[in-house]
Each structure stands twice: as C-alpha cells, then as structure tokens.
Design a binder for this molecule. Structure first.
Ligand SMILES: Cc1cc2nc3c(=O)[nH]c(=O)nc-3n(C[C@H](O)[C@H](O)[C@H](O)COP(=O)(O)OP(=O)(O)OC[C@H]3O[C@@H](n4cnc5c(N)ncnc54)[C@H](O)[C@@H]3O)c2cc1C
Length: 229
C-alpha cells in the first residue's frame, strides 16, 4: 500500500468513533494475529499451545477471508477443482477468536487497529500484542505478454477452464497443427511453482485422458503434492 494511502487511512481512522468490540475484558491480554496464511496459522497454533488453559490471555486471528488458502497447492487447481480453501474453524476450537475483516489501519500509540468488516462497517479493536502476517505482494506479468499468472484461486481456475476449453476445441478440430497448438502448454518460470505446475499439468491431463478412455493411466500425483498439506 503506498504511504500516502496509509496516511489518509490513518487520518480517517482518527476521525471515526472508536468502538471496541463487545465482550473484551480490560484485564485480559489480547494477542492479535492478522493474516491466516502459513505464517499466521502456525503462529496461532503455537500461541494456543503456549497459553493453553491461561485465562488472562485471549488469542484473536483476523483475516479478510474466512478460510486459510493452501497456496502451495495452487497448481492443483489449474488442473482440477481442488479443495484449496480450508475454513479456519477446521483448525481452531473456541479458544481462538476468529474475525473475518480486513485490516485497514494501525494506531500503535493507542494500541488499536482499524478493521473493515464484510458489511463495510469499520471497527476499532484494541490489542496488547500485534503480529502482522499479511504475506507478500505478487508481481504479475505484463498483460500484453499474454498468459495467466498463477497467483490465487481465481487464476488457477482460469487456467483450468482455459485448458478444458482448449481440449474441447482440439477434439472438434480436424487440423493436426491446430490441435497441436491448442494442446501445447508453456509454463514460464522454473522455480518451485513452475516445476510443480508443469508436473501437475502432465499428470493431471494424463489422468483426465485415461478417464476419458484415451491413453494409459500414468498420472500418479507428483511426489511433492502428495507430501504437502
Ligand atoms: C503455487 C505456489 C507454490 C508454492 N510452493 C511452495 C513450497 O513448496 N514451499 C514453500 O515453502 N513455499 C511455497 N510457496 C510460497 C508460499 O506459498 C508462501 O511463502 C507462503 O504462502 C507465505 O505465507 P504467509 O503466511 O507469509 O502469507 P500468505 O500465505 O500469503 O497469507 C497471508 C494472509 O493474510 C491475509 N491478508 C492479507 N492482507 C490482509 C488484510 N489487509 N487484512 C486481513 N487479512 C489480510 C490473506 O487473506 C492471507 O490469508 C508457493 C507459492 C505458490 C503460489
């Protein structure tokens, strides 16, 4: 977020009335973790273990979504409709308070954060300790280059739908060169994501071909994908 936007948001934040969320006991220590990705999820889980049974500690997890996104498995969604969104309620019992809201400001002097709720309402929440686990900003490729950057569930679904459309078009085409063009996929970038995506595409498409009675079943899930959660 550019600095000027942050400063505008903080000014707005100062103007709004400060409404504490209901039910907060002033004697309680409130540990607030914002972001339920891999970092936030593991942190909350450790805090939960560390403070198990301690009445004076409240652990709060805030995320703009109601689920943890299994980002490292995004490439699976490029081939099939994979369960990539896991509700936070699956991970935590009622010893962790989960709030679905977007962090829109931090007021460190007053130990307050500003949250934007799904209904658009803004609320201020007090914290004693605040840990931000907001992830990183993805730099997508320039649109004029074409292609789809694999960054989130929308993009993995778009890749899958495009592939499925290409396979349908290829079946209708009588020209070998056109069929070849439609069924050729280029994965650009040979880091972990690129390698795993290429591997999943090969295995997943073989599974689909086999299910459709075309070709042998050689589409075992790649090793890395079977290990990860
Ligand atoms: C396809 C793919 C494969 C990968 N494979 C691997 C791998 O094999 N091994 C590996 O180590 N890494 C891998 N990575 C990288 C890994 O996914 C990231 O390093 C990891 O997700 C970072 O975790 P994080 O918790 O910091 O951030 P994220 O997982 O991005 O989580 C950030 C969370 O913060 C929330 N959030 C953001 N802004 C706000 C806000 N303003 N208010 C409230 N909530 C907010 C988001 O909703 C999200 O839940 C892969 C990444 C991709 C895309």
């Amino acid at each position: 977020m550019p600095n000027c936007v942050v400063s505008q948001k903080l000014q707005l934040f100062r103007l709004i009335s400060i409404t504490r969320l209901k039910g907060v006991n002033d004697m309680e220590q409130r540990l607030v973790v914002v972001g339920g990705g891999y970092a936030g999820l593991n942190l909350v889980s450790s805090l939960q273990k560390q403070f198990a049974g301690e009445k004076g500690v409240r652990i709060t997890l805030i995320d703009k979504e109601a689920y943890h996104l299994r980002k490292v498995l995004l490439f699976q969604g490029a081939v099939e409709d994979a369960p990539l969104k896991v509700p936070f309620s699956t991970y935590f019992d009622n010893t962790v308070e989960v709030i679905k809201a977007e962090l829109s400001g931090v007021e460190p002097k007053q130990k307050l954060i500003e949250l934007k709720r799904p209904d658009g309402q803004r609320k201020a929440l007090h914290y004693d300790r605040l840990i931000l686990c907001l992830g990183s900003k993805v730099v997508s490729s320039a649109p004029e280059l074409g292609g789809i950057s694999l960054t989130d569930t929308d993009s993995s679904t778009r890749i899958r739908l495009q592939l499925e459309q290409n396979v349908r078009d290829a079946r209708l085409s009588s020209q070998e060169s056109e069929r070849k063009r439609l069924l050729s996929v280029a994965v650009v970038g040979g880091g972990i994501t690129g390698i795993e995506t290429a591997s999943e595409l090969v295995c997943g498409l073989r599974r689909k071909a086999s299910a459709a009675g075309k070709g042998a079943q050689r589409g075992r899930r790649p090793h890395s994908a079977r290990r990860k959660g």
